[in-house]
Design a protein around this ligand. Structure first.
Ligand SMILES: C[S@@+](CC[C@H](N)C(=O)[O-])C[C@H]1O[C@@H](n2cnc3c(N)ncnc32)[C@H](O)[C@@H]1O
Length: 212
């Protein structure tokens, strides 16, 4: 398998956001990419007061919905909405091995074959994303598309060297975490939820063995 490498040179620097530095200074930092209207982000921050969640959303409309939802909970100081493209934030602002959990909940599936290279697990950027996770840190990925789930599971393990900790099929009995999950479950669809673990850097080759 050919491992493509990620070239961050063409990724623009995000506009300055002072809240991001405050969030990154905390002990337990998580990031949600494509947080949409912020349902998961707000509930997650409420349920995890000892953690800090940076919720990144690219589109203005959804970001403003997320910001409004956050503003309705003034005490929720451990949620940090960021209006930006996640690629630029990760490339330019997130230190290596600093994040404990990354959430990718119902990313755009890019179902057309000619757009397959835009799926997160097919992007060389995944290598950089993984490098920002602490060893033992997790990446949660959810999708309602079976083919996408199968392809992502294979790539995350075989190409990006994550370990699979849990794989769950969600259905009508599950409480939806996001607006998209709610829509899919109400339609009677199933959703796949994966938790992948970053096992950390590969061990250095044993020098004594190499010399033999
Ligand atoms: C299908 S929606 C899912 C939204 C939400 N996670 C949910 O489940 O309700 C995907 C979201 O990811 C956002 N998104 C896609 N690529 C992004 C990127 N590079 N940076 C930030 N947000 C992104 C889109 O704007 C959109 O809001």
């Amino acid at each position: 398998m050919i491992m493509r490498s990620f070239n961050p040179d063409h990724i623009p620097v995000p506009r300055l956001d002072t809240g991001l530095d405050r969030a990154l200074a905390q002990a337990h930092v998580d990031i949600e990419i494509g947080a949409g209207q912020g349902l998961h982000a707000v509930r997650y921050a409420q349920k995890n007061p000892g953690r800090h969640l940076i919720a990144i959303e690219r589109t203005a409309t959804r970001f403003h919905q997320l910001a409004r939802r956050h503003a309705a909970h003034p005490g929720l100081t451990n949620l940090h909405p960021v209006h930006a493209d996640a690629l630029s934030v990760f490339v330019h602002r997130i230190p290596e091995q600093s994040i404990e959990r990354i959430f990718l909940l119902y990313p755009n599936p890019y179902p057309k074959e000619k757009q397959a290279n835009l799926r997160w697990h097919n992007m060389p950027f995944m290598q950089l994303l993984k490098s920002k996770l602490k060893p033992g840190g997790s990446l949660v990925l959810a999708t309602n598309i079976e083919d996408y789930a199968g392809e992502a599971e294979e790539k995350m393990i075989a190409e990006w060297r994550f370990q699979l900790r849990t794989k769950k099929l969600l259905g009508a009995g599950d409480i939806p975490r996001t607006h998209f999950e709610k829509k899919y479950l109400e339609r009677g669809e199933h959703c796949w939820n994966f938790e992948f673990i970053n096992p950390g850097p590969a061990p250095e080759p044993d020098q004594s063995e190499m010399m033999n």
